[in-house]
Ligand binder design. Structure first.
Ligand code: FAD
Length: 521
């Protein structure tokens, strides 16, 4: 069977180029003799799975899927592709495939199913260092899910400090973007919380990099959209894990009061600052969707009528969501500290909701909604999401032009709409991630779900709001950027574009990696 698969693989590769006749005699003997030939799959199931993602909008078939059982298998594949002068092909690492626009696909190339590594390392893949003199950290395979990192580190009473809202994403996948959530204002995105990585470059070299060692590669890969190398290990700093969380939501009918309070709360953000919150987000409530959604079911059903009546009165209600961690030492003071933080805020009285949960329940809050949607067959529908970073100085214009005008008028938005601020100084400008120039900017996410035929309407809305921002001169940056032309990419990266191109030429000169991002075509 391996021999057969390799032939199938190479046939597909070559037939797409029309060079089959001239090249097959050269390549076939090479591929068949490769160590990893038996790890390649070209059966319909493997191809189908690698040609779809969470977005369920873009579908691009690879020629084959590599199911590695070791890092060496991936090194060998990349080396082979790099050294194979006669016939180049592309390679995409695929983590959980939770991109929404085909970013982890490789049309006619090879998709590396990173998750397959999890089946082979027999529990040694998350190694927690608990020696206080070395600092607490975890060495984690790029293929690992954040939920597993959390569980493994919690066994030692430790945890990472920066998460995404949803934890069933791979470490390599989120570090290739940024990894943001309500902790970002204080702890920075996940890409600000990495000590070291092992990366397979586009030349097939396995390189250890950090801020001190091979730093150019280190910063290129963080937020690098998979363009410079495949992350096979990341060293993530850990801190003592708090036990529990006070989790509070309150409502605002006035957008400027909402953002003023959000900005005030994130201004207290020292890592050791006792009076700082640990998490801050925000979202929109509109009458198109129920206040409880898959991101978390929070409001008691007895309060839904009064919430909906507030929403009907104002069209949009803005929900502030904050959390403060506590443990045995602080359990008697946490309420007082929260009260002090809330003094002087302008939320609507009578609309404060609170939960007291364990740290894992809080961090894994999205999972139960996912399982519910899965059981209803509603998780694997198309997801025409758009995520933006909006400069603070224009967030009010964004509210009036996008939330109040475009979104309310179109009246189709049913999924969560997130809006929360973060501090630029928690991001490292040397990484490849792109954010607005201002000291404070907002993450705005439209997390739409649609029927199989309905995603186009959401895409039209996405286009309309991008056009609005363009015309109004609101200098947004897309998070999980999705562009078609070189000009758009160049505009997206702005002053970082030259560096991004130079890093590509250096680390992936044959432009093989993560072609699904469609940056270098
Ligand atoms: P994939 O989709 O598999 O890959 C993404 C990109 O990274 C591709 O280009 C791929 O080639 C590349 N890649 C994958 N693995 C590696 C690797 N090991 N080395 C190098 N490149 C690699 N994001 C947030 O920041 N915050 C959130 O709160 C958040 N919540 C989400 C909730 C849901 C339900 C979903 C579906 C997504 C969410 N995301 C969030 C987005 C998510 O972080 C990104 O889509 C991320 O890329 C998904 O990780 P993945 O493992 O599925 O990556």
């Amino acid at each position: 069977p391996p021999y057969f698969l390799v032939i199938l693989f190479i046939t597909r590769l070559l037939s797409t180029t029309g060079k089959y006749k001239e090249l097959s005699s050269l390549l076939l003997p090479k591929l068949v003799s490769l160590d990893f030939a038996d790890k390649l799959r070209a059966d319909p199931e493997a191809i189908e799975s690698a040609s779809s993602d969470y977005g369920n909008i873009v579908h691009r078939k690879p020629a084959a899927v590599l199911c590695p059982s070791s890092v060496d298998d991936i090194v060998n594949l990349v080396k082979f592709a790099y050294n194979n002068y006669s016939f180049p092909f592309t390679i995409a690492a695929r983590g959980r495939g939770h991109s929404v626009r085909g970013q982890a696909m490789a049309h006619n190339g090879v998709v590396v199913d990173m998750m397959n590594l999890r089946n082979h390392k027999k529990g040694t893949e998350i190694i927690v260092s608990t020696n206080p003199s070395l600092g607490f950290y975890a060495d984690v395979g790029g293929e690992q899910l954040w939920i597993d990192v959390l569980h493994a580190t919690m066994e030692h009473g430790l945890a990472p400090v920066s998460f995404t809202d949803y934890l069933y994403l791979t470490v390599g996948g989120t570090l290739s973007n940024a990894g943001i959530s309500g902790q970002t204002f204080r702890y920075g995105p996940q890409i600000s919380n990495v000590y070291e990585m092992d990366v397979i470059t586009g030349k097939g070299e396995l390189v250890t990099c950090s801020a001190k060692k091979n730093s150019e590669l280190f910063y290129a890969v963080l937020g690098g959209l998979g363009q410079f190398g495949i992350i096979t290990r990341a060293r993530i700093p850990l801190e003592p894990a708090p036990k529990r969380v006070k989790w509070v939501r309150m409502f605002y009918s006035d957008f400027s009061a909402f953002t003023k309070d959000q900005e005030l709360l994130i201004s207290v953000n020292g890592r050791k600052e006792k009076n700082a919150l640990d998490y801050l987000e925000g979202s929109l409530l509109m009458d198109q969707g129920p206040p409880n959604n898959w991101r978390s079911s929070f409001f008691p059903s007895s309060d839904i009528p009064k919430i909906m009546s507030l929403v009907n009165q104002h069209g949009i209600v803005y929900c502030l969501e904050v959390a403060k961690y506590y443990d045995d030492h602080t359990q008697h003071t946490v309420d007082k500290e929260l009260q002090e933080l809330f003094n002087g805020l302008s939320f609507n009285t009578g609309f404060t909701f609170e939960k007291d949960v364990s740290l894992v329940q809080f961090l894994d809050r999205v999972r139960s909604g996912e399982l519910k949607l899965q059981s209803q067959g509603l998780w694997e529908v198309p997801h025409p999401w758009i995520n933006l970073f909006v400069p603070k100085s224009r967030i009010s214009d964004f509210n009036s032009g996008v939330f109040r005008d475009i979104v309310l008028k179109r009246n189709i938005t049913t999924g969560p709409v997130l809006v929360y601020p973060m501090n630029r100084n928690k991001w490292d400008d040397r990484t490849s991630a792109v954010i607005p120039e201002e000291d404070v900017f907002y993450a705005v996410g439209f997390l739409h779900s649609s029927g199989y035929d309905g995603w186009q309407a959401f895409d039209d809305q996405n286009k309309e709001l991008l056009e609005f921002c363009d015309k109004a001169g609101i200098k947004i940056k897309q998070y999980f950027p999705h562009y078609e032309t070189k000009e758009e990419w160049s505009k997206h990266f702005g002053t970082k574009w030259r560096t991004f191109q130079a890093r590509k030429a250096h680390f992936d000169p044959k432009m093989m990696l993560s072609p699904g991002q469609r940056i270098f075509q």
